[in-house]
Ligand binder design. Structure first.
Ligand SMILES: [Zn+2]
Length: 412
């Protein structure tokens, strides 16, 4: 132990000192409590590279997790009106018109916002409370009382230290809770691994080395379908980036893989797929009214969330006209309109846009900028407005249009 401490950096020693002071003062040391009372201390432990985290920091301070004082909040704040409850589910439906299932709607509007107080979450933690309180599957025991993004990272790092395979499939099969938390807070499993200081391609992450074949891609797609998960491009990309990159590599186009697996790509796109009912419409109108009431700093985000969340309903029920939906909700359409932002307002902005694509190694030939996954119509339109042609804009950015046509994504 003495030895391990000697190897700590100056910053780590400062964190360890502050942890000891908290400990001796009898202050709580569970992640959510520290985040409330001394967030800087917690973030300092997670800012250390290579990844350190809270569990290791406590360990370096010579403190056992089992001796740590735990403090959990007994209430949760409603993000719509600011009132306080131990559970929001009754309140959200009674006071704000949310319909069951409440959690997905509420979380889409307020990402990461809890519905239960920490005390209630701790009560259910580690158990499948919806299925008769069977202990939920896990690879190792829990040491924190509730999930937090920081705890998820500590857990990933600890599993890695214990030599546990951390590829998506293995963790999903053995500890689905951790996968869910990773996707919820970090967007993808690869990103979760990266935040815990691991390289997703690290050899040790691969349990049984499986090379991707077309057959495996098709099997995975069918499994997703059977599990009720979405097959559209965005969903596969964010939830299972390995599958997604295998599709890119082996099929080139997402739709091609879907067709090969026997699915109609058109039908997998969210908007075309669902049939909406009157209930869905009422839910949309309620969300519009809620959003229209927001103001100040949360307003723009609320509008963005609303538009993303309900795009399929708007396409289907209102033929893409948000204004009509707003009027149906009894709201002035301007109340749910985003301020217009022009991304390329000047010649310099167009040039900067071209250079940014170059840096990101995105193709710069006319066709790629006009159509497809790397398209940027705004850039093209403003380039033509300011420079009269795309080639002129490329020249203004110091590029040779002739070379671009031959090697669209060549590094400068
Ligand atoms: Zn409320």
């Amino acid at each position: 132990m003495q030895n391990a401490r000697a190897q700590l950096s100056g910053e780590q020693r400062r964190v360890v000192e502050r942890i000891r002071r908290r400990y001796h003062a009898g202050e709580p040391l569970n992640i959510s409590a520290v985040k409330r009372s001394d967030p800087g201390l917690l973030y300092a432990a997670y800012a250390v590279r290579p990844f350190w985290g809270w569990r290791r920091a406590l360990h370096s301070a010579g403190i056992r997790y089992s001796n740590v004082r735990v403090d959990l909040q007994d209430h949760v704040v409603c993000r719509v009106c600011g009132k306080v409850f131990s559970s929001l589910s009754g309140h959200l439906s009674k006071a704000h018109g949310y319909e069951a299932p409440i959690a997905p709607d509420y979380r889409r509007e307020f990402p990461g916002a809890p519905i239960l107080s920490e005390q209630l979450r701790a009560h259910y933690f580690g158990r499948n409370h919806l299925r008769g309180r069977v202990p939920a599957k896990r690879l190792i025991g829990h040491w924190e009382p509730v999930w937090t993004p920081e705890y998820a990272l500590d857990r990933v790092a600890e599993l890695f230290r214990r030599g546990c395979p951390l590829n998506y499939d293995h963790v999903l099969a053995n500890e689905p809770g951790l996968i869910n938390v990773g996707l919820k807070y970090f967007g993808s499993w690869d990103e979760t691994l990266a935040r815990a200081g691991l390289t997703p391609d690290d050899i040790r992450l691969i349990a049984v080395r499986q090379d991707w074949t077309r057959q495996r891609v098709l099997r995975k797609l069918r499994q997703r379908k059977a599990a009720g998960r979405s097959l559209n491009f965005q969903a596969v990309k964010s939830e299972d980036s390995r599958l997604w990159s295998a599709i890119q590599r082996l099929y080139g186009a997402h739709d091609g893989a879907l067709r090969a697996a026997g699915f109609n790509p058109q039908a997998q796109r969210v908007a075309k797929r669902r049939r909406f009912t009157e209930r869905d419409r009422q839910r949309l109108l309620a969300a519009i009214r809620r959003t229209a009431r927001t103001s100040g700093a949360v307003r723009e985000r609320a509008i963005r969330n609303l538009r993303r969340r309900f795009q399929p309903e708007i396409v289907c029920l209102y033929r893409k006209a948000w204004a009509r939906a707003a009027r149906d909700a009894g709201v002035e359409p301007a109340c749910i309109r985003l301020p217009r932002t022009v991304r390329y307002p000047t010649r310099a902005a167009v040039v900067a846009g071209i250079r940014a694509r170059r840096r990101k190694k995105q193709p710069l030939n006319y066709r790629a900028v006009a159509v497809g996954t790397a398209a940027d119509i705004a850039l093209l339109r403003h380039a033509q407005a300011f420079f009269r042609s795309w080639d002129n804009a490329l020249r203004a950015a110091g590029l040779d249009p002739g070379v671009i046509r031959l090697k669209p994504a060549r590094q400068a």
